[in-house]
Design a protein around this ligand. Structure first.
Ligand SMILES: [Zn+2]
Length: 336
């Protein structure tokens, strides 16, 4: 039995037909975790869909109305890059409910993982990049509304910048300043010195947003996160982990979150079709371990969502996502 819950439903499946987004990955992750004995049936919890009231904590009433009545404009539908259907809307309401449940369990168990979610390209008034509803933002706002948390930090390790997250939480910022780059870190500066990456950012309000992503990739317009790490093409495991460590240290020096929302995209993988970084499957697991170790050491509850993953072989995407659960099991089962 795992020392935490996995939030999952067969209805996480996105009804989008043949698509670069492998909507069947959620069920395959669930089935693999059971088949190899990482998890038992009792480790899984079935979420309820978010309520409209929950969704409206983040999204504009006009947009929610259009989604529920099927009245998006052709242009708005095109921008989502997945075909609209009432069933699609239901799947996104469920993903948001799953993230709410994962957040709730994070607060009681130290960590909660939704085998889904992470739709970080959704904006208050529109969807884009396969994302319709920003489930992580909905979960944060719901926890705040319930007085369970005051502050949160998003740590987005999908290969694509978390533009929706940055836009949603930008309004709460009170001041803006440039971060010191390397040197603020405990890392050997030689690791970072040669990389053309840069860290930019601004102070946050009640939600501090960190995004580590490939600079030369979607989205073209990247609204500023609290910390953006713009990585160069082709970066590998060691450089990536050094930048992640640096960003986490820097963020946690500036901000004390009551909840850490880890967006564990599988697409920084070297064989990803929509990514241009060069992480290995092992490197991605070390990434997960780093985030979990930092959260556990500092006693910050962490909720996990999965976001993207477009490996040439869907099996690799499934492996990377399963490894996130294995990493959590290793870190959260061990004695301090
Ligand atoms: Zn992505």
């Amino acid at each position: 039995m795992l020392p935490f819950k996995l939030i999952y439903s067969d209805a996480y499946y996105l009804p989008i037909g043949q698509h670069i987004f492998p909507a069947e990955k959620y069920k395959r992750i669930h089935d693999r975790l059971l088949a190899v004995g990482i998890a038992e049936a009792d480790d899984f919890l079935e979420p309820q869909p978010a309520t409209d009231q929950d969704i409206l904590l983040v999204h504009k009433p006009e947009y929610v109305h259009k989604l529920k009545t099927g009245t998006l404009t052709p242009r708005e539908e095109l921008e989502m890059e997945i075909p609209y259907s009432p069933e699609l809307v239901e799947a996104f309401w469920l993903a948001a409910g799953g993230s709410i449940l994962a957040a709730r369990h994070a607060l009681t168990d130290g960590i909660g993982i939704s085998i889904g979610g992470g739709f970080h390209h959704a904006f208050p008034d529109h969807g884009e990049g396969f994302c319709v509803i920003h489930d992580v933002a909905v979960a944060i706002r719901r926890m705040q509304r319930d007085d369970k948390i005051r502050t949160a930090m998003t740590v987005d390790c999908d290969v694509h910048q978390g533009n929706g997250t940055a836009a949603i939480f930008a309004g709460t910022r009170t001041a803006s300043t440039l971060l010191p780059s390397a040197g603020a870190s405990t890392l050997d500066s030689s690791v970072l010195g040669s990389a053309p990456s840069k860290i930019r950012g601004a102070h946050a309000g009640d939600v501090f947003t960190i995004s580590l992503h490939q600079h030369n990739n979607y989205p073209l317009w990247k609204p500023p996160s609290s910390i953006d790490v713009d990585l160069p093409d082709g970066i590998g495991d060691d450089d990536y982990l050094a930048w992640l460590d640096n960003a986490l240290s820097s963020g946690l020096r500036q901000f004390e979150p009551d909840l850490l929302c880890y967006i564990a995209g599988a697409d920084p993988y070297c064989e990803d079709q929509l990514g241009g970084l060069s992480l290995t499957i092992e490197g991605l697991k070390r990434r997960d371990e780093l985030v979990f170790q930092v959260a556990r050491t500092r006693k910050i509850p962490v909720m996990v969502t999965y976001a993207g993953g477009y490996a040439q072989k869907v099996e690799d995407t499934v492996t990377i996502h399963c490894n996130t659960v294995i990493a959590a099991k290793e870190i959260f089962s061990s004695a301090h």
